[in-house]
Write a protein that binds this ligand. Structure first.
Ligand code: SF4
Length: 325
């Protein structure tokens, strides 16, 4: 299995999907990972045996910056496996061909397009399909993710409107109820009593060496990509290659507690800060997120940045783009 190192270039996005773990949205600020930092991260991810990918938010809102980043990484011998995108920019065949061909020349090896019922509340199926179709022609079908998706599947995602359908989907597909998924999607599933959640650990979630993807954000915070705000540390103080390891979890009492006892390990800390948990949550991650949201001001290095918790509500049913485009 290929393991990825994700340079999360920005919290800004062209959409505000209801399942977004990082509260990415058009309202988020435009802070970006610098080219110099990206090169440092690329070299460190390569040392860790991870393929480099660029994501966001919507990284391609800053197309010229991504282009420079891909080129700079190629120049130090670290190819970008793919850029993740929601396809909001794929307004015409000409535009897609022009943008992808320049990225390909710069050294990018593939593309990833998000296709699901949450993204398609904002991005027309026809638009993201245009990106997938042309990317497959240019990079080959085995370098464009997700593989095997067709226009029909994109249209089905677009048509999967209505909370009944999404409730079934959310319950059956392991949604992580953190970021915007906490306020927007947790009400769609049966709450689980606090005592049951306190019996769950996070050993597998924090076994960093085995995780498919590690993420570094625009402010230097390093974390498993499923746990935004659970920081292994910050690259402004230590090298990414030293942070993104299971050893780091074992050596850090707060992280070791989370791994061994799950979010229950945060409760004494929360109590000391005057925070009382709810009697039930949608999942252990929902509990973890809710406690961290209230603790981040007191513990910005451990649980930051505030962008992960800053509520930028989803806008269900209100597409940002004109579907006739
Ligand atoms: S409970 Fe917290 S640490 Fe555990 S997997 Fe969920 S977000 Fe990560």
């Amino acid at each position: 299995m290929q393991q990825n190192g994700q340079i999360m270039m920005t919290y800004r996005c062209s959409a505000a999907c209801r399942h977004c773990l990082v509260m990415a949205a058009p309202q988020q600020d435009a802070s970006r990972v610098s080219i110099e930092r990206a090169v440092e991260y690329g070299l460190d991810f390569a040392r860790l045996g991870r393929a480099v990918i660029i994501a966001g938010g919507e990284a391609l809102l800053f197309y010229d910056h991504v282009l420079k980043m891909v080129r700079a990484l190629r120049d130090v011998g670290v190819p970008v496996a793919f850029v993740e995108s929601n396809g909001s920019w794929c307004a015409s065949d000409e535009r897609v061909r022009e943008r992808l061909s320049r990225l390909q020349e710069a050294g990018m090896e593939g593309m990833y397009f998000s296709v699901d019922c949450w993204h398609q509340e904002f991005i027309p199926a026809q638009r993201v399909w245009r990106g997938i179709r042309i990317a497959r022609e240019m990079f080959g079908p085995d370098r464009v993710y997700p593989m095997g998706i067709g226009l029909e599947e994109a249209r089905q995602a677009e048509q999967a409107a209505g909370d009944d359908e999404k409730r079934r989907w959310a319950a059956g597909n392991g949604i992580h109820f953190i970021g915007r998924a906490a306020p927007d999607l947790a009400p769609l599933v049966e709450p689980v009593p606090l005592a049951d959640l306190c019996a769950q650990d996070c050993r597998a979630d924090l076994d960093i060496d085995a995780l498919p993807e590690i993420q570094v954000d625009p402010f230097g915070f390093v974390r498993p990509d499923w746990c935004p705000g659970v920081n292994l540390g910050n690259t402004h103080r230590e090298r990414l290659a030293d942070l993104a390891r299971t050893r780091r979890v074992q050596e850090t009492p707060l992280l070791r507690g989370l791994a061994e006892r799950g979010p229950a390990s945060l409760l004494p800390l929360a109590k000391s800060l005057g925070i009382t948990p709810e009697p039930a949550y949608a999942s252990k991650c929902h509990l973890c997120f809710d406690l961290r949201r209230q603790m981040v001001k007191a513990m910005p290095q451990e649980f930051g940045p505030p962008h992960v918790y800053r509520v930028a509500p989803g806008r269900s049913g209100r597409p940002l783009l004109n579907k006739s485009d």
